[in-house]
Design a protein around this ligand. Structure first.
Ligand code: PRP
Ligand code: URA
Length: 205
């Protein structure tokens, strides 16, 4: 269920994002662009039904999405991919999950969750730039399923093989879209080569 998103502009923006030469503004621009481009493959299999549309000239067949869309950024860094996704999916509702990793144990701690009421009937798109140990994304998906979501997609920017394995074991039903499958985690559970701390780089903290 791992989809590697290949696109020359994404490759170029990812290089900017990784670089220590990129300041906060450059990092933000590049992440916004990648999120906008990733929205297309992530939503490529959403189902539509045929509907009738009246143009100024005649009636013809049109298409409408069968289900509502809920975007779920994982705070903080997931908020950095919201602009790109919500520009395309302006009709989507938005639910937020707040998680941070404990620096020593690397386990995720949940501090916030606010979801729209239509999770059960929606196509839910979870977004977070980093899939490292996989703990944060897997816990967020647990929470979404407990709240009734059954059609979940996960979009990230960089994944580590260790995190992909954990996530696939815990959520084999959820497709994962990533712009890069990196080499490994280091001893601090950071992705190598990675980009460092996504939240700190996006928010300038
Ligand atoms: C980062 C990132 C993911 C998580 C991934 O968040 O945005 O949510 O780490 O790591 P994992 O796969 O090992 O769980 P972080 O905990 O740094 O919080 P922040 O976004 O608030 O900085
Ligand atoms: N979270 C980050 O922001 N970066 C990593 O490399 C791993 C987890």
């Amino acid at each position: 269920m791992l989809h590697l998103v290949e696109h020359p502009i994404i490759r170029e923006r990812l290089t900017q994002i990784r670089s220590t030469d990129s300041d906060t503004a450059a990092f933000r621009h590049a992440l916004h662009d990648i999120a906008r481009l990733m929205c297309f493959p992530v939503t490529a299999n959403l189902e539509t039904s045929v509907t009738e549309v009246e143009t100024p000239l005649t009636k013809t067949d049109g298409h409408e999405l069968i289900r509502p869309i809920v975007l779920v950024p994982i705070l903080r860094a997931g908020a950095g991919m919201m602009q790109g996704f919500s520009e395309i999916l302006s009709e989507a509702s938005v639910g937020y999950i707040g998680l941070y990793r404990d620096e020593k144990t690397h386990q995720p701690h949940r501090y916030y969750c606010k979801m729209p009421p239509n999770l059960a009937e929606a196509d839910v798109i979870m977004i977070d730039p980093m899939l490292a140990t996989g703990g944060s994304a897997a816990d967020a998906a647990d929470e979404l399923k407990e709240l009734g979501a059954s059609r979940i997609h996960f979009a990230c920017l960089i994944a580590a093989p260790e995190g992909v394995k954990v996530f696939e074991e815990r959520h084999p039903d959820i497709p994962v879209f990533t712009a890069s499958l990196d080499e490994r985690l280091n001893e601090d559970a950071y992705i190598v080569p990675g980009l460092g701390d996504a939240g700190d780089r996006y928010f300038g903290t």
